[in-house]
Ligand binder design. Structure first.
Ligand SMILES: Nc1ncnc2c1ncn2[C@@H]1O[C@H](COP(=O)(O)OP(=O)(O)OP(=O)(O)O)[C@@H](O)[C@H]1O
Ligand SMILES: [Mg+2]
Length: 256
């Protein structure tokens, strides 16, 4: 039978290599570290490479919600950045339908600007018109729940708790229908009520036929929200399949 699903993202043997400038060449021993500190200034400055994603391939389709799991440093955030075009690939190719939007814990909001200004800037950055932003503004603020405990939206972002900041980021990104929406642990910091709201919104986004990628260390969230999971380990794709099977295998791996 022919595959009639519509592909939205194709990653073909993607490699990402970070170049770290000014990295020490020592082997991490205490004496090497000490001598580096004392010779600071005239210390050798090397360029070290971190091969963060190693030959990952997958095809994502319209209507899919894909959980990205794996231990710390396994390359999940890096892979999403590469798909979003925010991180160049060293080898391989990423093809995507539309502009994938990455909604991460470090999404580019400005700490010194008020929540209000950030809603407008974030909307513009996603390609919304001023008119569209005006229409959705109240909805975004209400969804974020930032103003539930007082008028916080008119205060600078730096006065927000990390959970409040994450909620605002999610709310801005969720205001638009995306072809490909990628969420990097943004949900983990919200409280229970906010998690329920965002889960509902992810369902809606899926229904409007986009593709959702969710990076999370909460396997229960991944199981509830996604139908497929990709497991990365040391930059390599370990497993790709139905969410239940992949999460079971990952759990067995981490408990071993
Ligand atoms: N800006 C950077 N410069 C150099 N190396 C980096 C950079 N960002 C990440 N790395 C390295 O790339 C590898 C993958 O990191 P990445 O952030 O993609 O992992 P992750 O799976 O998202 O981890 P976590 O679960 O902790 O968020 C790690 O070895 C990390 O040290
Ligand atoms: Mg990460």
């Amino acid at each position: 039978m022919a595959d009639t699903r519509v592909p939205t993202v194709i990653a073909d043997d993607v490699h990402v290599v970070y170049k770290v400038h000014g990295a020490g060449k020592g082997r991490g021993s205490a004496t090497a570290a000490l001598s580096r500190i004392f010779s600071r200034g005239k210390a050798e400055k090397g360029v070290r490479e971190v091969h963060a994603v190693r030959g990952v391939s997958f095809t994502a389709h319209k209507g899919e919600a894909i959980g990205l799991i794996g231990s710390n440093g396994s390359g999940k955030s890096t892979l999403l950045k590469a798909v979003a075009g925010l991180q160049p690939v060293a080898a391989g190719k990423v093809y995507s339908h539309g502009q994938p939007s990455l909604l991460g814990v470090n999404a580019a909001l400005m700490n010194d600007l008020t929540g209000e200004r950030n809603v407008i800037l974030g909307g513009l950055a996603m390609g919304m018109t001023k008119q569209q932003i005006r229409e959705r503004y109240q909805e975004i603020v209400d969804f974020s729940g930032i103003n539930e405990k007082g008028d916080f939206i008119s205060l600078p972002m730096r006065t927000y708790s990390s959970g409040m900041g994450a909620r605002l980021r999610f709310s801005i990104a969720a205001a638009k229908d995306h072809d490909v929406l990628m969420i990097d642990e943004a949900l983990a910091t919200g409280d229970a009520a906010f998690q329920r709201r965002s889960q509902k919104r992810i369902e809606e986004l899926r229904a409007t036929a986009g593709t959702v990628f969710l990076v999370s260390h909460s396997l229960s969230t991944v199981r509830e929200t996604c139908d497929r999971a990709i497991w990365l380990e040391r930059g390599e794709l370990r497993m790709d399949g139905p969410v239940g099977e992949v999460c079971d295998a990952y759990e067995a791996f981490t408990n071993a």
